[in-house]
Design a protein around this ligand. Structure first.
Ligand code: ADP
Ligand code: MG
Length: 851
C-alpha cells in the first residue's frame, strides 16, 4: 500500500477546508510540527479510512469538535492498481456511516467495488489489502507509543501475526479442504463396507434359497391341481343349472299362456250370458204380440186427434192476441180525448179570468193618459232654467273682473297720493314746476277719484253676490223639476204596458165562446162512446171468428191423457219386430259360444298339469344354485392361492438369481472400499502436513532465523554491536518435555535478560529492528518491494547517540521502501531528510505544507 493522496474534512484537528496532501514524488520525508498540531492525526486518517479503526474505537470522538460529520478520502497504489476509499460519518443522523471503495481503470475513470452495506465494502477492502488493521500496525506502520506492539503480544498472538505476514492462511485453507476430503472418503469406506456385508449375508443364504425354490415349485403345482379339480366340478353343476333355467323359462311360458286363456274364457262367458239374455227377452216379447199390436193402433188414432186439437188451440191464441191489441188501441184514443177535454176546460177558465180584468185596465189607461199630458210643459220649463243658469255664470264672472280692475286702480291712486304728499316743488311725473296750490288741487282730485273707485268696486261685489244667490235658487227649482219629470216618465212606461195588456184581454174575450163550444163537443163524444169506429168493427169480426173455431178444452185434455198412457206402445212394437227378426240368429250364437268355452277349458287343464310337473322339477333349483356358489367360491380361493404361490415362486427364483450373481459384485465393492480407504489415509496425511504443526510450523521455523539475522544487523548498527535478539520457538517445560512458543530473547554484552529490564531507549531500538525485519519479510513473501514505512515519534526516547544510530539504520534500509515517513516534533531532525511535510494548527484547524 503506497499512499497517493489524502484529504481530511473535520477529522480530529482538521477543519472543513483542507487541501489534499499529495504524496507522489516523495520517497523519504520528515513530517514535522509542534506537539498536538495534527501529525499523528494523518496516520489515524489513513487507518480509519481503510479499516474504520484509529486511536480510539469511538468514531464519533474523531469528528472535529463543533462539527457533526467528517470525511476522509484516501487514494493509494497496490501493485499496479490505484484505489480510492471514501469514508464518512455523520454524528447528527444517528451516527450514520458511508463507505465507498473504487478502483481506477486504465481509461482513468473510477469503478465502484462497493459491497453489500458498509460491512460488505469493508470486507472487500480487507480482502484487497490482504491484511487486517492488527497486522498493519504490527509491521511497517509504527504508531506513536506503539512500537512495542509486536514485542508485547503473547506468544500465541505473535505466532498468528507472523503467520499472517507469511500468508499461512493459504495452508489453513488447504488443511481444511484435505480434512473435508478425508471425511468424505471415510464416509464412503463405511458405506461400502456395509454394502459388502449385506451382499455377503445374501450370498450365505444361497442353499436355503435353492431349497425354498424347490418347495415353492411343489406347492405351486399342488394349488394348480386343486384349481383344475374344482373347475371340472363347477362345470358339471353349471350344466344342471342350465337345464333348470330352461325348465323355469318353460314354466313361465305355460303360466303366461294359462293367464291368456283364462282371460279369453272370461270374455266368452260374458258374451254367452249376453246372447242367452237376448234370447230370453225376445221370447217374452213374442208371447205378447197381439196385445202390443192393438195398443199401437189405438195410439196412432189418439195421436192424430190430439194434433188437430193442438192446431186449433194455436189459432185461438192468435185471435185472442189480436183482440187484446184492438182493445188497447181504443183505450189509448179515449185517454187522448179525455186529456184534450181537460186542457180545453183549463183554457176556458183562464179566458174568463182575463175578461173579468178588462174594465179595470181600461180605467187605468184613461187615468195614466190624463196624467202624462203635463210632461211636455215640464220639458220646456227645464230648458228655460238651464239657459238662465248660463246667463248667471256670465254675470258673476264679469262682476269679478270689474271688482279686480277697480281694486288695482285703487292701489295705483294710493301710490300717486303718497308720492304727491312727499313731493316738494317739482312734479314727480313731468319734472315741471309744481306750486303749492296746484299740489293741493291735485290732492283733492285724487281723493274724489278714489271715492268713485270704491263705490264702483262695491257695486261690482254686490252684483256678483246677487248672481250667486239667484244661481242657487234656480238650481233648487231645477232639481225639483227633475224629480217630477222622473215620476212622469215612469207613468208613461206603465201606460204603454197597460195598453198592451188591454189589447191582449180584448183578444181573450173574443176567443172564449169558441173554446166553450169545443169543450161541449168533446164531452158529448165521450158520453156516446163514438170514437175509434174502425177498431170497434175489427174487434167484432175477431170475436166472431173465435166463436167459429168451437175449440173443446176438456176433450183436448182427455185425448192428451190417453196418448200419454199409450206412450210405451210404439217402443214395444219396435222391440217385437226386432225380436221376431233376430231370435234365430241369437239362439245359434249361444250354441256356438258354449262349444268354444268347452274347447278352451280342455286345453287349460293340459297346461296346468304340465305346470305342476315343472314346479316339482324346479324344487331342486335352490340347492343346485347354492352348490354352484359354494364350488365357485372355493375355486376362486384356490385360484388366489395359486397366484400367491406363483408370485412367491417368482420372488424366490429372482432372489436365487441375485445370489448367484453376488460374487462378482462383492469383488467390485471390495476394490472400491480399498481405494476409498487409501484416499482417506492420503487426505488425513495432507491435512496434517498443511496444519499448524506441519508445513506452517516449518515455514515459521525457516523464517525466524531470517528475521533474527535482519534485526541483529540493524541492532548492531544502532548499538555498536551491544544488543542482539534471539527468537525461540520451543520452551523447556518444568515437568520435562517442550512446548511450542515464540519467545523474544534479548541479550547485551552481559548476557540475556527479560525485555522489561531494558531501558526505554534500548527497548525502542530492539522493537524498531524487529519491526523492520518483519516488514522486509512481509515484502519478500509478497514478492514485491516493501512499500511504506512510517515511524511516529521514534526519536523522542533516544539520546544523541541513539538518534544517530536510528538515523543511520533508517538510511540503510530506506531503499527497501517506496515511501518512508518519519514523524517528529524535534526541529533539528528536519534537516536530516530530503523532504519535509510541515503541520501547523491555526484557528481554522490544522494545515499541511510540503517543502
Ligand atoms: N474531536 C476533536 N476535535 C478537535 N480537535 C481534537 C479532537 N480530538 C483531538 N483533538 C486535538 O487534535 C490534536 C491532534 O494532534 P495529534 O495529531 O495527536 O498531534 P501531534 O501533531 O502531536 O501528533 C490534539 O491537539 C488534540 O487535542
Ligand atoms: Mg503525535
Amino acid at each position: 500500500m503506497i499512499p497517493v493522496s489524502l484529504r481530511l474534512q473535520n477529522f480530529l484537528s482538521y477543519g472543513e477546508q483542507c487541501e489534499p496532501i499529495q504524496f507522489d514524488g516523495i520517497h523519504v520525508a520528515c513530517l514535522s510540527g509542534p506537539n498536538g498540531h495534527g501529525k499523528s492525526a494523518l496516520l489515524d486518517a489513513i487507518t480509519w479510512s481503510l479499516w474504520g479503526q484509529a486511536r480510539t474505537n469511538t468514531a464519533d470522538d474523531l469528528v472535529r469538535l463543533g462539527q457533526s460529520s467528517m470525511l476522509v478520502e484516501f487514494e493509494f497504489l497496490l501493485g499496479r492498481q490505484r484505489y480510492r476509499v471514501v469514508r464518512k460519518r455523520n454524528k447528527a443522523r444517528n451516527s450514520q456511516s458511508d463507505l465507498q471503495f473504487q478502483v481506477r481503470h486504465e481509461e482513468g475513470d473510477w469503478r465502484a467495488l462497493t459491497g453489500q452495506g458498509v460491512r460488505g465494502t469493508q470486507e472487500r477492502i480487507t480482502e484487497t489489502l490482504r491484511m487486517d488493521y492488527d497486522t498493519f500496525i504490527n509491521s511497517s506502520f509504527i504508531l506513536q507509543g506503539r512500537a512495542d506492539e509486536f514485542t508485547r503480544r503473547t506468544p500465541g498472538e505473535r505466532k498468528r501475526i507472523l503467520g499472517e505476514i507469511l500468508n499461512l492462511s493459504v495452508y489453513d485453507q488447504l488443511c481444511d479442504a484435505a480434512r473435508v476430503r478425508s471425511r468424505e472418503a471415510g464416509t464412503q469406506v463405511q458405506q461400502l463396507e456395509a454394502a459388502v456385508a449385506t451382499l455377503e449375508r445374501e450370498q450365505d443364504r444361497l442353499p436355503a434359497l435353492r431349497a425354498e425354490v424347490e418347495r415353492l415349485e411343489r406347492s405351486h403345482t399342488e394349488t394348480q391341481l386343486a384349481v383344475e379339480k374344482l373347475r371340472a366340478e363347477l362345470t358339471a353343476i353349471l350344466v344342471e343349472k342350465e337345464r333348470l333355467d330352461a325348465r323355469r323359462r318353460e314354466r313361465e311360458e305355460l303360466a303366461r299362456r294359462l293367464q291368456g286363456a283364462e282371460a279369453e274364457v272370461t270374455t266368452l262367458r260374458s258374451q254367452l250370458a249376453a246372447a242367452a239374455r237376448r234370447v230370453e227377452e225376445g221370447q217374452a216379447v213374442v208371447r205378447r204380440a197381439v196385445e202390443i199390436r192393438q195398443a199401437a193402433q189405438e195410439l196412432d188414432a189418439v195421436s192424430r186427434e190430439r194434433e188437430a186439437m193442438t192446431e186449433r188451440l194455436g189459432e185461438l191464441r192468435t185471435l185472442e192476441q189480436e183482440a187484446s191489441l184492438l182493445q188497447r188501441r181504443m183505450q189509448t184514443t179515449q185517454h187522448g180525448l179525455e186529456t184534450k177535454l181537460e186542457l180545453t176546460r183549463q183554457r176556458v177558465r183562464e179566458l174568463r179570468a182575463k175578461a173579468d180584468q178588462l174594465s179595470k185596465i181600461a180605467a187605468d189607461v184613461r187615468d195614466l193618459e190624463s196624467q202624462t199630458t203635463a210632461l211636455d210643459r215640464l220639458h220646456e220649463e227645464r230648458a228655460a232654467y238651464q239657459a238662465r243658469l248660463q246667463e248667471l255664470a256670465g254675470e258673476a264672472a264679469a262682476a269679478k273682473v270689474e271688482e279686480r280692475c277697480r281694486a288695482e286702480d285703487l292701489v295705483k291712486a294710493d301710490e300717486r297720493f303718497h308720492i304727491l304728499k312727499a313731493a316738494s316743488a317739482r312734479c314727480p311725473v313731468c319734472e315741471s314746476e309744481l306750486p303749492e296750490p296746484k299740489r293741493k288741487e291735485l290732492g283733492w282730485k285724487l281723493k274724489e277719484e278714489k271715492t268713485a273707485l270704491k263705490e264702483a268696486q262695491g257695486r261690482a261685489i254686490q252684483r256678483a253676490a246677487d248672481a250667486k244667490r239667484e244661481d242657487a235658487a234656480v238650481r233648487q227649482k231645477l232639481q225639483e223639476l227633475e224629480s217630477k219629470l222622473k215620476t212622469l216618465l215612469g207613468m208613461r212606461d206603465r201606460l204603454a204596458q197597460a195598453r198592451q195588456t188591454h189589447l191582449q184581454l180584448e183578444e181573450a174575450a173574443r176567443e172564449l165562446p169558441e173554446e166553450l163550444k169545443r169543450a161541449a163537443d168533446l164531452e158529448a163524444m165521450l158520453q156516446a162512446q163514438e170514437f175509434a169506429p174502425e177498431e170497434r168493427a175489427q174487434l167484432a169480426a175477431v170475436e166472431a171468428r173465435m166463436k167459429a173455431l168451437r175449440y173443446d178444452r176438456k176433450r183436448h185434455e182427455a185425448v192428451s191423457r190417453r196418448a200419454g198412457e199409450l206412450a210405451g206402445a210404439e217402443r214395444q212394437l219396435h222391440a217385437l219386430e226386432r225380436a221376431e227378426s233376430s231370435l234365430p240368429e241369437d239362439r245359434k250364437q249361444v250354441e256356438h259360444l258354449e262349444a268354444a268355452i268347452r274347447l278352451r277349458e280342455e286345453a287349460m287343464a293340459e297346461d296346468r298339469a304340465a305346470r305342476a310337473a315343472a314346479d316339482r322339477d324346479l324344487t331342486r333349483a335352490p340347492a343346485v344354485e347354492a352348490e354352484a356358489a359354494r364350488v365357485r367360491a372355493r375355486m376362486e380361493q384356490a385360484e388366489r392361492e395359486e397366484a400367491r404361490a406363483a408370485q412367491q415362486l417368482g420372488g424366490a427364483r429372482e432372489a436365487l438369481q441375485r445370489s448367484t450373481d453376488l460374487a462378482a459384485q462383492i469383488g467390485a465393492r471390495r476394490a472400491e472400499r480399498d481405494a476409498a480407504a487409501a484416499d482417506q489415509a492420503a487426505y488425513e496425511e495432507l491435512s496434517k502436513a498443511f496444519g499448524r504443526n506441519g508445513i506452517q510450523a516449518l515455514i515459521i521455523e525457516n523464517a525466524l532465523p531470517e528475521i533474527e539475522a535482519e534485526a541483529n544487523v540493524l541492532l548492531g548498527r544502532m548499538t555498536g554491536g551491544q544488543l542482539a535478539v534471539r527468537l525461540k520457538t520451543q520452551r523447556e517445560l518444568r515437568a520435562g518435555g517442550q512446548a511450542e512458543t515464540l519467545e523474544i530473547e534479548i541479550s547485551d554484552g552481559l548476557g540475556p535478560r527479560r525485555y522489561e529490564l531494558y531501558s526505554g531507549g534500548e527497548a525502542f531500538r530492539v522493537n524498531f529492528a524487529i519491526r523492520i525485519a518483519l516488514s522486509k519479510l512481509l515484502a519478500r513473501r509478497a514478492g514485491a518491494r516493501l512499500e511504506t514505512l512510517v515511524i511516529d515519534e521514534g526519536f523522542g526516547s533516544q539520546d544523541q547517540q541513539g538518534r544517530e544510530g536510528l538515523l543511520e539504520a533508517i538510511q540503510s534500509t530506506q531503499d527497501d521502501f517506496a515511501k518512508v515517513l518519519i514523524i517528529t516534533h524535534i526541529d533539528e531532525l528536519k534537516e536530516a531528510f530530503p523532504n519535509r511535510i510541515e503541520v501547523t494548527k491555526g484557528p481554522m484547524g490544522s494545515q499541511v505544507t510540503i517543502y
